[in-house]
Design a binder for this molecule. Sequence first.
Ligand code: RFL
Length: 413
Amino acid sequence: MTESQNSRTLRRSADVVVLGAGPAGLVLGILLHSAGIDCVILERASRNHVQTRARAGFLAPNTVRILDRHGLADGLHRHGHRHGTCEFRTEDGRLRLDYGALGQGQQHHVYPQQKLVTDLLTHYLGLGGRIHFHTEALIVSDADTGTGTGTDGARPSVTTREPDGRPTRWTARYVAGCDGRYGAARRSLPPGAVRRHHHDHGVTWLGLLAETPPSLDAVGYAIHDRGFAGHMARTPDVTRYYLQWQRGTPADAWPEQQIWDELDLRMRAADHGPLRRGRLLERGVFDLTCDVVEPLRHGSLFLAGDAASLLAPAAAKGANLAVLEAEMLAEALTAALTRNDTAGLDTYSDQCLAHIWRAQEFTGWMTRLLHATPDRDHDGGSFFHAALQRSRLASLRTSRVHQDWFAENYVGV
Ligand code: RFL
């Protein structure tokens, strides 16, 4: 890494500049650094912020295999737990699916994303990895002029704002955009360079983190006339709940008591037992929208994780795809930089997109299973969609083939 300074702009360089220290950026940084590649991670937020941002919890077996392969799963095995049952609560009663015993017999690991990010960050810093917090990437320039091999002298660069406000220009051979949906990587793609496919599922959720042990030994999905409600374990003391929410309503519109009463009602606590109430630690409203950028490459700029594709959290795929893509990109960049072999970079986008579209398809199916959302069909109301939803559930209740299909997709990426 080199560093120089003229009167205004600090100049630095690394072979690979990684934007963002989420699961994608950190796995990528670790694998590149371990392969002897000169890389740096630039992160807009503080270390404390990335280590405490609660999001995902359900990790697929393939994600655990990747983390195991690179010695990154110690914390997960020590403090996470396995999970293989989900429960649908409907007006027709309870449907429990032991998905860990269906399909290919695989289970999730439950381990909060902020703990995984903390483990990854600790590992990366332990290796001597370079990371700059409070450093926001503003724009990626000249991604299409450089080949990444550096033979023609043209290089992509990233302009950042340093914590003290000074601009810095990072020159790279490759830039990895792991900075999420609203990051600089996506913003820097020139018009026409990629296609962006966007879909709005037409549903909004209120996401809650409650300081209380899980109330069920399963993931709980409640399908109710008043809307969906969800229950997901996180740790022995913290549980995630979701309520389908009126779009545009602020997260703090309801007092805690009303939220718990509504969760009890939709989860049918009167029939199946009360929920364990506790203080609400966090509330957030988000629309279930999704998108895919295609291709995931513009010259020497590559996208991974949420920057590549955003998935609605209904099927818990986002963090899993982020880890998978980071491993694939690390292998491709390592081959290009150490052996001048760019075949992996050439196929990176197509390989990832195959996984992404499969995950999007299942997420869409799951979203339609959980919500009877009248969409743009103008069919005269929600009856048609409610009937389809009932039919989907009936099939899941009665068909072993359908249950196996569900299990395979539910734990797969
Ligand atoms: P991240 O984790 O958002 O990290 C991106 C990082 O980039 C930084 N950044 C910038 N840095 C420098 N310059 C800029 N201009 C920057 N702009 C942004 C940010 O500060 C941040 O640190 O993206 P990454 O690494 O791609 O990982 C994606 C996952 O975080 C995401 O897909 C999952 O959280 C989705 N998700 C779930 N996925 C699962 O696989 N299983 C789950 O159980 C699951 N549950 C969830 C979820 C997402 C949720 N939210 C966000 C609605 C539950 C929820 C509530």
